[in-house]
Design a protein around this ligand. Sequence first.
Ligand code: ADP
Ligand code: ASP
Ligand code: MG
Length: 439
Amino acid sequence: MKVLKFGGTSVGSAQRMKEVAKLITDGEQKIVVLSAMSGTTNTLVEISDYLYKKNPEGANEIINKLEAKYKQHVDELYSTDEYKQKTQEFIKAQFDYIRSYTKDIFTLFEEKVILAQGELISTNMVTNYLQEQGVNAVLLPALEYMRTDKNSEPDPVYIKEKLAAQLEMHPGAEIYITQGFICRNAYGEIDNLQRGGSDYTASLIGAAVNASEIQIWTDIDGMHDNDPRIVDKTTPVRQLHFEEAAELAYFGAKILHPTCVQPAKYANIPVRLLNTMEPTAPGTLISNDTEKGKIKAVAAKDNITAIKIKSGRMLLAYGFLRKVFEIFESYQTSIDMICTSEVGVSVSIDNTKHLNEILDDLKKYGTVTVDHDMCIICVVGDLEWENVGFEAKALDAMRDIPVRMISFGGSNYNISFLIRKEDKNKALQSLSDHLFNNK
Ligand code: ADP
Ligand code: ASP
Ligand code: MG
């Protein structure tokens, strides 16, 4: 069985939902994971912000506007009064439910319930549409099988068992529709897999059912060799190794959620990135194969802080790095890049919640300096150390850009540069010009 995930833009209007329905009804049994309609989760975050600030009038105004939009989508989507009415009733109930949260105290718990509504609504709309079209489609409620444990990590054993039970209830269905993003946590409360997490849902489901393929359908024809929002002329990469895709997703290629690669990689299930707007385009295949000896793509991760700890006697003082790392560990702050020398060590972090405490603790071991507003540029490909020339090519592209850190050798798949935020666009464009033949 295949698992297909459609993102927000792919289900962003009644017309788009109809096109998705056409794409998925080819007679093959499949599981289809849907995001909320594009913009909805952001609007639900906005509503929650008003409620945190105890402004129910502000929240209600946005809720009413959003509800009016959905009424229109429903009118456009269905051709029969029966399905129009049935879906309008569902949507009204969900919005009344959202409104009920404007009256009481509002905490993280209530916010998660509000954020879940986008996927609950979009999946209901598409399932009803398929049924109106006479397709044997059923809705699998993600809240019945998608679950995280006490460390907020998905619980694969629970997911596999409960999902199998859900599927067994409808053995003959052609299409199983389900919600991306949403789940329950270890306490049974409604929770989610973080923003953009529908990709993660798809790969967790793929692993749970041992799918033959996981397809991520979005608004672009696969992983491009650079960020198409910043660089002009980018080209889709046809094939990526799991590790290459993981590096790109982690270091900012928004097309794929960073957590999505791991479950597919462990279960060895190929992931295909495809374009809903151009369904016949080949897209990108992510698997255990890769084209050897080639730089594939570049990505950038923002909001990075660099910290340097200089200790005059680092080499003699064995145990120095352990002490440094323990400080980051004690504040649950993960390190992205690391560079060492005889006299000091530089690291980069993206979570600055405990920066002040970390700096205070580090000062016991040396002189500490901090650079804010930095950005990691990550060059990804088959970069085994025996392959000569790639470091030189990447460095040559960066020749006019002040580089704070360089990291190579941590994996066979990346060279990373830490630069200032304001140099990011120039760096991406220059790497594109030097590394790829995008004319
Ligand atoms: P969805 O809503 O379907 O999950 P996203 O907006 O999360 O879609 O991801 C798709 C977007 O990712 C594209 O529209 C594109 O602008 C952006 N993107 C950033 N970097 C890349 C890249 N290297 N290749 C392809 N798309 C990228
Ligand atoms: N709707 C959620 C979000 O916008 C999840 C997703 O689209 O992947 O973050
Ligand atoms: Mg996404």
